[in-house]
Design a protein around this ligand. Structure first.
Ligand code: 6GU
Length: 224
């Protein structure tokens, strides 16, 4: 899978992708992540990428030209399955989006800033608009990092059996059960005895009950 990320602050996105699973996914050849600086596609002598909004009002708008030029260049090089705009007024990201995106070959992710991008970019280039929750970030970069992390770990070959995504919270619409490791007792706080019993069918039953109870209590919306 190839992911092209378009931003006016691409340096913000370097560290999230240069360690751990994201790093390994790229080294294994499962994903290619390409960061693009929108500013480099501005023809303005000061590399300007924004302007005042028509009709007046506070806040700058990201201009159409540099973004359009960059998207057109990428589209001339390969076909894209999805061109995603990160915006607080997009669809709220769910695991189902991530599962779908992880199966695609080439995607572009556009990070917004200031008041956002000129509406014509959204109308003519963007195929999906994604938000990561009901709060406002100062730019789309951190949201893009969240989206890419959630997608990349699902790309076939990225996770091994040990770290399998199949047992994640949300993958089966339930939260994960509580987990424990050694020691079996700390400060008189004990690991639930069932987990030490060696009775695998009973352990699985306990885990399912815990998942269900936890989901009922914390995220009843997932059960609807
Ligand atoms: Cl995608 N962008 C910004 N700027 N703020 C957000 C967001 C995105 N998702 C939630 N808040």
């Amino acid at each position: 899978m190839r992911i092209d990320i378009l931003s006016i602050l691409p340096q913000l996105l370097e560290s999230p992708f240069s360690d751990s699973i994201m790093k390994r996914a790229q080294e294994k050849g499962c994903v290619e992540i390409h960061l693009h600086d929108i500013r480099k596609y501005s023809l303005d002598k000061h590399h300007k990428v924004d302007d005042y909004q028509y009709g007046g009002g506070a806040g700058m708008v990201m201009s159409i030209e540099p973004i359009a030029r960059l998207i057109e260049k990428l589209k001339s090089e390969r076909d894209y399955d999805e061109i995603i705009y990160m915006t607080p007024d997009g669809e709220v990201l769910e695991q189902t989006h991530c599962n779908q995106f992880s199966l695609l070959k080439n995607i572009i992710i556009l990070c917004g800033h200031y008041k956002g991008v000129d509406e014509r970019i959204r109308e003519h280039f963007i195929t999906k608009e994604i938000s990561i929750g009901s709060y406002v970030l100062s730019g789309g970069e951190l949201a893009a990092a969240v989206l890419v992390d959630a997608i990349v770990r699902l790309v076939p070959g990225v996770l091994n059996n040990e770290t399998s995504a199949l047992t994640d919270s949300f993958q089966d619409k339930l939260l994960s059960p509580p987990i424990y490791t050694r020691p079996p007792e700390y400060n008189n706080w004990k690991v639930p005895p069932i987990l030490l019993s060696g009775n695998q069918p009973e352990i699985e039953k306990w885990r399912e009950e815990q998942s269900l109870n936890r989901t009922k209590k914390r995220r009843p919306d997932l059960l609807d």
